[in-house]
Design a protein around this ligand. Structure first.
Ligand code: AMP
Ligand code: MG
Length: 403
């Protein structure tokens, strides 16, 4: 083990992971199928957005200068609605166009007043403006996006708003990464499937279900295997099967220093470990390497730890493999409402509730932070990113990762 990076910082682990990206294939998908997929190209707009100056309100368009001493009476030249096939007629001084939201602003006009601040004469030929016209009710051509501008970058996880933007930009289909098949292999003699009658000293296996959901959340495809007993031969055989069926393997359990920590033992003897143990708490035991050419993360067995390690290492690994490092998770800055235990060497990832009721975002612990306590993770809005050496004193600030 001497040459394997051991007990590395979070940053060092991420840097090693970036040197071993997961190879990903690509495919072209139509807009209807993009939800939660990972974009595999930088996407440029094929149009200006808005395409032309248009009205943000139902009302009247006219020359601003005509409206500066309300009330102002203007003659109505034309009515324009969104998608009109009429050519907008030029607006001269003393004139107005009745206009609907999204309709093109006629040449000559440079302000809009919403209909509720106007009165139309009984014969419909004149409008009285009761206020000064508003220039900001004109949406200017290209103010959101210019033709050719890159608005979405490779590696972006496609959300409802970004899928809408693909359409706004004129793309009927886009290139995405094909879902990687990610095998999840829980290990431990004590594990039984939920629903089974538990034998003495057994517990329900939970990690594979949580991890499979995290894989889906990140736009990939999990294969969940039933748990493997603590036997080197069985483990070797199951890893071989997983390696033949999957692009990437996640194991849980068996990566610590104990006599029964067989994932670590087998990877040491027959695998290719790139790092083992990371200076994060919870979740210090993980290892990363290759099992016969297939990338493998050995995640800790404790349920809260395996989840946290996925968020801190596996998700960034998948994102970096897709984006080359450009796409990051969202963070917020929080103030500690109570003292948090910190470490001179480790990044501390406490499960927190974020109180948004005051001026600042304030972080409270979700309570007992045992690494087996999944309930404290369910209650959490985020994880603190308390850097090594942070005092953790009440009232101090740190970044937090939103869950
Ligand atoms: P290990 O890392 O294998 O020593 O496991 C650490 C702790 O996590 C032990 O208490 C295990 O029983 C528990 N554990 C391991 N794997 C799982 C799992 N898949 N689901 C729930 N608990 C687990
Ligand atoms: Mg175990």
């Amino acid at each position: 083990m001497s040459e394997v990076p051991y007990f590395v910082s979070h940053e060092e682990a991420l840097s090693i992971l970036r040197q071993h990206p997961l190879p990903l294939r690509t495919e072209i998908l139509e807009l209807d199928n993009l939800y939660n997929r990972v974009l595999a190209e930088d996407l440029q707009s094929t149009v200006d957005d808005p395409r032309f100056d248009n009205s943000a309100m139902d009302g009247f368009a006219f020359r601003y200068e005509d409206s500066i001493k309300p009330p102002t009476i203007l003659s109505i030249k034309q009515t324009l609605q969104a998608g009109t096939d009429k050519h907008p007629t030029y607006i001269d001084t003393g004139q107005a166009t009745r206009i609907m939201t999204g309709a093109p602003i006629p040449d000559g006009a440079n302000a809009v007043l919403p209909i509720e601040r106007c009165t139309i004469s009984d014969d419909g030929t004149e409008v009285t403006l009761h206020e000064i016209g508003k220039k900001h009710f004109i949406r200017k051509q290209g103010e959101n996006l210019k033709n050719g501008q890159t608005a979405l970058t490779k590696g972006t996880l496609l959300t409802p708003s970004s899928i809408g933007l693909c359409a706004t930009m004129g793309h009927a289909s886009v290139k995405v990464f094909s879902k990687a098949t990610i095998g999840i292999l829980p290990t431990g003699d004590e594990l039984q499937l939920p629903g089974e009658k538990l034998s003495d000293n057994s517990i329900y296996e939970s990690n594979s279900f949580g991890l499979a959901s995290l894989v889906k959340m990140n736009g990939h495809n999990p294969i969940r295997y039933n748990s493997v007993s603590d036997s080197i031969d069985v483990l070797r055989q199951k890893l071989d099967i997983a390696a033949s069926e999957c692009d990437f393997i996640l194991t849980s359990g068996g990566v610590s220093m104990g006599e029964w920590d067989l994932v670590r033992k087998l990877m040491e003897e027959e695998g290719d470990i790139k790092f083992w143990r990371v200076k994060i708490r919870p979740g210090s035991p993980p290892l990363f390497g290759y099992w016969k050419g297939t990338p493998l993360f050995g995640l800790p067995g404790n349920p809260a730890s395996s989840h946290v390690v996925f968020r801190m290492l596996v998700a960034p690994y998948l994102r970096a493999s897709a984006s080359g490092g450009g796409v990051k998770e969202k963070r917020v800055r929080v103030q500690l409402a109570e003292p948090f235990k910190t470490s001179p060497t480790d990044l501390i990832l406490r499960r927190i509730v974020i109180d948004t009721s005051g001026e600042n975002l304030v972080a409270y612990s979700t309570g007992y932070q045992g690494s087996g306590n999944l309930n404290s993770l369910v209650l959490a809005d985020g994880l603190t990113l308390l850097e090594p050496g942070h005092t953790g004193e009440k009232g101090t600030w740190c970044d937090a990762l939103l869950l």
